[in-house]
Design a protein around this ligand. Structure first.
Ligand code: ACO
Length: 330
């Protein structure tokens, strides 16, 4: 009897039409195109229109993924939406809104919150439902509208982020490969390094919280930078070892697209040539949960992934937390 595996049967992405380049940000805060390019590699990002939400962008990325996989929404058994910017704070889950919009009336749905690491957690969780034999068709979406939680007066954060969504359809398969290994990690000591102070149960919304800007993302950039440069190589190496592989076996590394300097640091540490690392942070900035699925879609569109290739994906972010996965493309 052949072994049950999981494959990515379809993929899709959605980026809002509106492009905001660095020069536009120069008019908002005391910064420059040169500084943003040199320190982060970002040239432009996409900004959601007023009527776009995490749900609407999730649906826009999910439809092409389902079409490609040849999966009718009625055949979906589970929808996982990875996001840090749900349409509503907890009630209901954005997953349920996506389920309704797709007409996936037989699917369960929930959200995964793990900062920018959420898609990594969602992908691994979705794969477990398939590998356990519980479900045959699972949709995993990563979507965030970071522009709505950014303080557009804070130059240390507003230059870095953008909006977007990406989706994959996970399917039960009997072809070898799929998820070979993963590493999930968390260090809650780093929670104050990257967080939104108010709007949760610890500090509910109030006049004061709004006046103090406590609903915006706060970040200690230098600390998060140090964390990120350490955690990408460590978690990818850890996952490779679990799969019985070494960095030289990686055909493509798709790291979370937060900053090209962080990615370059990880590339050197893992001793990978530039062509084996995917980078699109220049076009979209840090799209949080959308970053890895959007990058995966673009790598596939550009023909940079072939059957049998070993792909490393590493997401990290608020928590602090991280999720690395080794995927053999099947
Ligand atoms: N324009 C111009 N100057 C700026 C800007 C800006 N947009 N932002 C900060 N500066 C200034 C600072 O005030 C500082 O000035 P000072 O030396 O007079 O104090 C100087 O530039 C250098 O600041 P640093 O913070 O040391 O700059 P650094 O080289 O570390 O780059 C950056 C800052 C880009 C934020 C970097 O630290 C970084 O990328 N950190 C990681 C951020 C990240 O990836 N976050 C997302 C994690 S994922 C998630 O879950 C959300």
């Amino acid at each position: 009897m052949s072994e049950l595996t999981v494959r990515i049967a379809g993929w899709g992405k959605y980026l809002p039409a509106r492009v905001m380049d660095n020069h536009e940000i120069e008019r908002l805060v005391d910064t420059s195109d040169e500084w943003i390019r040199a320190r982060s590699g970002i040239v432009e990002r996409r900004i959601a229109a007023d009527d776009e939400t995490t749900c609407s962008m999730s649906v826009a990325s999910a439809r092409p993924a389902l079409d490609m996989a040849g999966v009718d929404p009625l055949d979906l058994e589970l929808i996982i939406v990875a996001t840090g910017t749900p349409d509503h704070p907890g009630f209901p889950a954005t997953g349920s809104l996506v389920q309704q919009a797709l007409g996936a009336t037989r699917a369960g749905a929930f959200d995964v919150g793990a900062g920018c690491g959420a898609f990594g957690y969602g992908l691994v969780a979705g794969a477990q439902f398939v590998l356990s034999g519980a479900h045959r068709n699972v949709l995993v979406v990563g979507a965030d509208v970071m522009s709505r939680v950014i303080d557009w007066r804070d130059r240390s954060t507003c230059v870095l982020f953008g909006d977007g969504a990406g989706a994959v359809v996970l399917q039960a398969s009997d072809t070898l490969g799929g998820l070979r290994s993963f590493v999930l990690g968390s260090d809650g000591c780093g929670a104050p390094r990257l967080y939104i102070p108010a709007g949760g149960s610890r500090q509910p919304a109030s006049h004061d919280s709004v006046e103090n800007g406590a609903h915006y993302l706060k970040m200690d950039g230098r600390d998060v930078y140090r964390f990120a440069t350490r955690v990408i190589p460590e978690s990818i190496l850890g996952a490779l070892v679990k799969a019985g592989l070494a960095p030289r076996d990686l055909d493509l590394l798709i790291p979370h697209q937060a900053n090209s300097r962080i990615i370059e640091h990880a590339r050197k540490k893992l001793e990978l040539p530039p062509e084996r690392v995917f980078v699109n942070v220049d076009k979209y900035g840090n799209t949080s949960s959308a970053s890895i699925p959007v990058a995966l879609c673009e790598a596939l569109e550009q023909g940079r992934i072939a059957r049998g290739d070993i792909i490393g994906m590493c997401a990290f972010g608020a928590g602090l937390c991280w999720a690395a996965a080794i995927w053999e493309w099947n």
